[in-house]
Design a protein around this ligand. Structure first.
Ligand code: AMP
Length: 615
């Protein structure tokens, strides 16, 4: 099908021709003829980025009488950014018509908009709040409109515009024709459609709720504390990534973005603590690809419309499937392929199943790549770039003789090796000891491996790489309580109930004892000591959680570990309670954590000589 076959005016065909719209997109093939030929209302289920704006915009412009100086069509959109974008699109489509389009939205001086409204436009594109304001001021009258479009209706409801929408609907004549676009179909949309729309038809582009077919959904399973490292691996595995990392809270957004920036990534944060001007700046930088990774909350990202994202990363899975649909619908737009990646921990697999069911899509679990795979990917990316680089002969030629002379003793392979090393050594270095971030059953509490450790206490030799990182623990008993290394081991055996815990370096001070345990045994010891009344056990300092080996992207060296915002389980540091907590730089929250256990530890803090008391 061609646009010409859709019976659009010549002026419109010329304008969209200039925009290189060759063939109608699926939503346009369905919606344009409907709006032009049918007299009833329409509910269209379609994702953003599927060509919706032209789907309703082209028929609107086709039907509107540019000689009639009256508002004939109203388009409602959830955010000022979408409002501006729709209005710009409509202006482009109507380049050869005389139709006037005016956007009105909050967050901008109302006087400018009032001036634009003075020369009555035929189409108003509005956000609900500002529109009501202007209606109340008597500056906009909707009594003559013929067409009403509700764009991203589900988003408008999510943003709390339900009452505003109903108020606006009541201001419009019953004779109007309504077209409602929504990515999802929550019950409230169905209710609005039933109450305010006449014999409406429903069109679905793609299957309901399913989102675009251009999006593949993948997930990685890791321990919660490794989430950030997994994110870095994903980004490193995709050197040309251009995507949004969705976080749950503003705080998390800031922290993840800060970490990425410190680690040398081209990232920034978008969240509600930023002023509108700051948000605009970040969004603009992202749009023009000055920023490669935008770390954002769902709410803050709402106004952002970018059609060529390669990836959407769910740093955390949202609780709501609809939110997942919205997030993933931000990639795979305009006929491009996209990937929606979720980083989950083992207990969240059921959530993936739920989303799969609702979306009727299969999610693929992928292995988190190891250091070698990432390095290979980066290396060949660099080689590709070298092949494609534009050589500026003119600027380089004055130096070529000298360069050739200086390097004449190197043959081609030696030259390439050096060139690659120059760029690549730091990366290789960074990933050479990279740990396996995939979740394994052995990562859970008591592991089968542990049984093999019997008798190995204190002799871990080179098993570090197999056992994971070491975690430094701190106990509130020391010399003054009669502790020495062998008594410490005795206590641990006693409390744990077997001899499976491998204890590394031990340091006994007057009041405290510090010792290392392999990360994969930490749950076990934590759980065992949780019920001890007199002994307080906490993490003294973190395992490697946030940095992998050394190298280019490592966080600033020399930075105190306790400066990191995460505690050892990858959760956020909670407020310290008690001296020990303060000095331990983070509280422990075992997987499957229960607050009762931490509570019991908290109660015991402050005991002067817990070990003696216990005895
Ligand atoms: P929308 O869903 O309206 O935001 O459109 C997504 C992107 O697709 C925008 O960049 C549009 O300019 C583009 N677009 C819309 N319709 C077509 C078409 N028929 N051919 C090519 N690009 C299109």
């Amino acid at each position: 099908m061609t646009f010409k076959e859709l019976n659009l005016r010549e002026e419109i065909l010329s304008a969209i021709g200039e925009l290189s719209f060759e063939f109608p997109m699926p939503v346009q093939e369905k919606v344009i003829p409907f709006m032009l030929e049918q007299n009833s209302d329409l509910v269209a289920l379609a994702q953003t980025g599927t060509g919706k704006t032209a789907a309703f915009g082209l028929p609107l412009l086709n039907m509107i009488d540019a000689n009639r100086k009256q508002v004939q069509a109203l388009v409602l959109a959830p955010t000022r950014e979408l409002c501006i974008q729709i209005s710009n699109d409509l202006k482009n489509f109507s380049k050869y018509l005389h139709t006037r389009v005016v956007p009105v939205y909050g967050g901008e001086d109302i006087r400018t908009q009032l001036k634009q409204l003075d020369q009555t436009p035929q189409i108003i594109v509005a956000t609900p709040g500002r529109l009501i304001d202007l209606i109340e001021r008597g500056k906009i009258k909707l009594e003559n409109i013929n067409y009403l479009v509700l764009d991203e209706a589900d988003e408008m409801l999510n943003m709390g515009f339900k009452e505003d929408i109903e108020t606006i609907l009541k201001e419009t004549p019953e004779t109007r024709r309504t077209t409602l676009f929504s990515a999802t179909m929550p019950a409230e949309i169905a209710r609005i459609a039933k109450k305010y729309m006449k014999d409406h038809e429903e069109i679905t582009v793609g299957s309901k709720n399913s989102g675009s077919d251009n999006v593949s959904h993948i997930y990685y399973v890791s321990q919660a504390k490794q989430r950030y490292l997994v994110l870095k691996r994903i980004v490193d595995l995709n050197p040309d990534i251009y995507g949004i990392v969705f976080c749950r809270t503003r705080q998390e957004t800031k922290e993840v973005a800060d970490h990425l920036m410190k680690d040398g990534y081209n990232a920034d944060a978008l969240h509600g603590d930023l002023s509108q001007a700051q948000r605009d700046t970040v969004m603009q930088k992202f749009r023009i690809r000055n920023i490669q990774l935008l770390v954002a909350t769902d709410v803050a990202a709402r106004g952002l419309d970018v059609s060529d994202l390669t990836h959407v990363i769910n740093y955390n899975l949202p609780d709501d499937v609809e939110i997942y649909t919205h997030r993933s619908g931000r990639t795979g737009r305009a006929n491009k392929k996209g990937v929606s990646v979720s980083i989950i921990h083992s207990k969240e697999k059921f959530k993936i199943k739920d989303i799969e069911r609702m979306l009727r899509k299969n999610f693929e679990q992928q292995q988190i790549p190891n250091g070698l795979e990432v390095c290979k990917k980066q290396l060949f990316h660099m080689i590709d770039k070298m092949q494609q680089v534009e050589v500026n002969e003119e600027q380089i030629s004055p130096y070529m003789d000298q360069i050739m002379k200086q390097l004449e003793y190197l043959d081609k392979s030696e030259l390439l090796k050096r060139f690659v090393s120059l760029e690549f050594n730091r990366f290789l270095d960074y990933y050479k000891d990279a740990e396996d971030l995939n979740y394994h059953e052995r990562d859970r509490g008591m592991k089968r491996d542990d049984r093999g450790d019997r008798g190995d206490r204190g002799n871990r030799g080179d098993r570090g790489s197999k056992r994971g990182d070491k975690i430094r623990f701190k106990m509130n008993i020391g010399n003054k309580d009669g502790i020495n290394p062998s008594r410490l081991l005795g206590i641990i055996n006693d409390v744990v109930g077997d001899k499976t815990i491998s204890v590394g370096d031990i340091e006994v001070t007057n009041k405290f004892t510090f010792f290392d345990i392999f990360a994969d045994q930490s749950d076990k010891i934590i759980n065992a000591f949780a019920d001890q009344k007199d002994i307080e056990l906490g993490v003294a300092r973190e395992s490697k959680g946030y940095s992998e080996s050394s190298g280019k992207r490592r966080p600033e060296s020399g930075k105190r570990r306790t400066d990191r915002p995460y505690n050892s389980d990858g959760g956020y540091r909670r407020k310290s309670s008690g001296d020990d907590r303060k000095s331990s730089g983070g509280s422990w929250k075992p997987e499957g954590n229960n607050e009762r256990k931490s509570e019991s530890r908290r109660k015991t803090s402050g005991s002067d000589k817990p070990w003696r008391n216990r005895r």
